[in-house]
Design a protein around this ligand. Structure first.
Ligand code: FMN
Length: 390
């Protein structure tokens, strides 16, 4: 069973991720992990922090001589900003005068709900863990899941569909247009269409000028997925449910859509369901002329590309803050402001790739099993042969 956890605060010494259940013998490329972490840090509209930090994955256990050994993998990501925070956020008691309190909760952030829940008089410790800095740790272990999937011929990437009111007009972006987006050495807004990307940039500029923030939609695509991952047999084993939960668990994602899920609700069945043919595909002879289902029917992958969209709300830390209340005096004040991103849609897409990869890797390991890569691949090839001969 694939399991993972993360630990660490936004301005603490480091983030740590723990990943257990990866078979022995998977080749780990350090450069790939670091490139994934770099991709998460990019995008037009990120805050100043991204300029001072360049994440690297320091693997502490579970990998030796460049391959996994079947034992739990732990990864450490240093917070380069820690040197500026060790006095105000020490592990020991420290000097209370140096504490950086967050005195008025930001509407839309975890500040108020978290302070009430954990019984703190202000929100510093709340935002430290609620912050999406945590998603860097998920990207580190997600990269390992991607390497595993790659051995099975499965790739997971994302692209940006919309930022604010700037949106792709042709929303069916084929795989061969998504691959180059992920290979760019400079990341603007990860849109496959350059003209729309400029319009997206204008949306971010508008938000930057007015002290506001802007959200949007990303799409994660899993390519090469065989039919048969996930099952309808139990509610909590359905692939659509697992993916929705995984992507929704990312900070600021407020809706998840699989295939054309939202439009399907107001369309006739004849325009929604993907007609079946027999023209030969990678895994079986069966084919579809469309993929409105986003590659999942009955909670099972059906052999088409898996397409999952995440809808991101605008960032809640605003340079022109909204109305709030002072935690101590209960007087009306403006919400707290701390250096912040203005648009994070491409970065959220990268974090969502990690969540999709971890979910697919979990389902693949549950279906094909194996304590070593040799065993996993043997089982996988046997299944591929079975569905080819079906
Ligand atoms: C990649 C990424 C970066 C983010 N950066 C910020 C940020 O700089 N400032 C901020 O207020 N929120 C940021 N957020 C969103 C908050 O983490 C999120 O809104 C907050 O934790 C509350 O959770 P919720 O929006 O899921 O309710 C970011 C989200 C993501 C995915």
């Amino acid at each position: 069973m694939l399991r993972y956890y993360t630990a660490g605060e936004s301005h603490g010494e480091a983030l740590v991720a723990f990943l257990s259940g990866i078979p022995a013998g998977l080749k780990i490329e350090q450069a790939f992990l670091d490139r994934e972490l770099w991709r998460r840090q990019q995008g037009y509209g990120r805050g100043g922090r991204m300029k001072i930090e360049r994440d690297t994955a320091h693997i502490l256990s579970g990998v030796h001589h460049g391959v996994t050994i079947g034992s739990p993998i732990s990864v450490l990501l240093e917070n380069k900003d820690w040197k500026n925070w060790q006095d105000s956020l020490p592990v020991g008691e420290g000097d209370p005068a140096k504490h950086k309190a967050v005195k008025s909760p930001r509407p839309g952030h975890a500040d108020l709900a978290g302070a009430l829940k954990y019984n703190f008089p202000e929100a510093r410790y709340i935002l430290e863990r609620a912050s999406a800095r945590e998603s860097a740790a998920r990207v580190a272990v997600g990269a390992i899941a991607k390497l595993l999937l790659c051995e099975l011929g499965i790739q997971v990437l994302s692209h940006v569909v919309s930022v604010g009111s700037a949106s792709l007009t042709d929303v069916d972006v084929p795989w061969d247009k998504i691959v180059p987006v992920s290979q760019r050495d400079e990341i603007l807004l990860s849109c496959a269409d350059p003209e729309t990307e400029q319009k997206m940039k204008e949306e971010v500029d508008k938000a930057l000028r007015s002290g506001d923030s802007v959200g949007g939609i990303f799409e994660v695509v899993a390519h090469g997925v065989p039919p048969g991952l996930g099952t309808y047999a139990q509610w909590d084993e359905r692939l659509d449910g697992l993916l929705a939960g995984a992507v929704m668990s990312l900070q600021a994602v407020k809706a998840v859509e699989i295939g054309i899920g939202v439009a399907a609700a107001s369309s006739p069945g004849s325009a929604v369901h993907d007609e079946i043919g027999y023209e030969g595909r990678a895994h079986t002879g069966f084919s579809r002329r469309s993929n409105h289902a986003g590659g999942i029917e009955g909670g099972i992958s059906n052999g088409e590309e898996i397409r999952v969209r995440g809808y991101l709300k605008p960032i809640s830390t605003l340079r022109r803050p909204l109305q709030s209340v002072d935690f101590a005096t209960r007087e009306p004040v403006k919400a707290a402001y701390e250096r912040s991103d203005v648009c994070v849609v491409p970065a959220a897409g990268v974090a969502a790739e990690a969540m999709v990869a971890l979910t697919l890797a979990r389902c693949a390991l549950e279906k094909f099993g194996g304590d070593s890569m040799g065993e996993l691949l043997r089982n996988y090839q046997g299944y591929c042969q079975q569905i080819k001969n079906f």
